[in-house]
Write a protein that binds this ligand. Sequence first.
Ligand SMILES: [Mg+2]
Length: 371
Amino acid sequence: MKITGIETYPVRIPLKPARRMISALGQHVESKFLIVRVLTDAGIEGVGEATVTPRWSGETVWGAQSMVDRVLAPAVIGLDPHDIEGLERQMERFCIHNWFAKSAIEMACWDIQGKAAGKPVYELLGGACRPLAIRCRFSIGAYPPERTRQRATELIAEGFTTLKVKVGTKPAEDIERVRIVREVAGPGPDMVIDANCGWDAATAIAACKELEDCNVGLFEQPTPDGDYAAIAEVRRSIKPLVMADDMCFNLVHAKELIRNEGCDVISIYPGKNGGIHRSKVIVEYAAQHGIACSIGSNLEWDIGTAAMCHLAVACPNLQLEKFPGDILGPDYHEFSIAKNPLSIKGPIVTITDRPGLGVDVDWDVIKKNLI
Ligand SMILES: [Mg+2]
């Protein structure tokens, strides 16, 4: 089988007002995605999604479209979509970084493989090692006190047992927000904080000391991208476990994190890590070194979310029972791009055993929302 063409669709989708996210990186009120359609000479097509957020990954929907149209598509047309490592090598020859753009093509190739074999992607990755229904955590944005209280109350009522709170802005306001969530949640639910690179080591350590009575279990990305010494210093100095997210895009980053003893957990997702296969390589490397992995989010739409779920279902070291991921992206958006949206009920997202990624894209919705 050969790839014969790649079509790109840049789209814009608003977030539900109640779900608009505020973090150390600013406000997220709408998502822009590049949807990629990979065509083959067998008449089987696959779909992929580049979940681009410039302030997070440096990629834009226009940049991703141009990269795919002008650089990556010409490089991979003619390749067999079954040869994922060949595809990776070829994309690498022509383009450094741009993980989300590359991942869109790569996940589409897995979708094609699954459709050709009549198997869901998780089967192609080695088979299911956990149920197709996955329990997630919920992220509470860096909201003011009243909105924080209201959201925390709603989330507990919806059945969430792990709550993540965005910090990394002004420490006094962040600490107050975490206190409010713990007060509303009571002592039971697990609590995660995420600074999205927003603090230096001293601020992160001081904030953790002040929050000792809030029983925070996990501190996600306390310090800036690229600073392995800072995250290691935080890890040595605080009680909560430390998770690396915004600084781990590839295997080299994962190796440096582990070499520097910078984290207990690495947050993985196919978009950020350049595809499903590259994510699996990092998850397996981490497993060999006793480091757990979880799944993070850039507020993916249905295709990106399905890719995350297939990976999670197939990788034992994606320890989502202990460290629930954020696999709820479609639920943040005002509408779905799928004719068969993923089931998301409260904290539980469920994929099906349909072939490929299992997402039937509604191309009319895509075409109506083109940028
Ligand atoms: Mg994160």
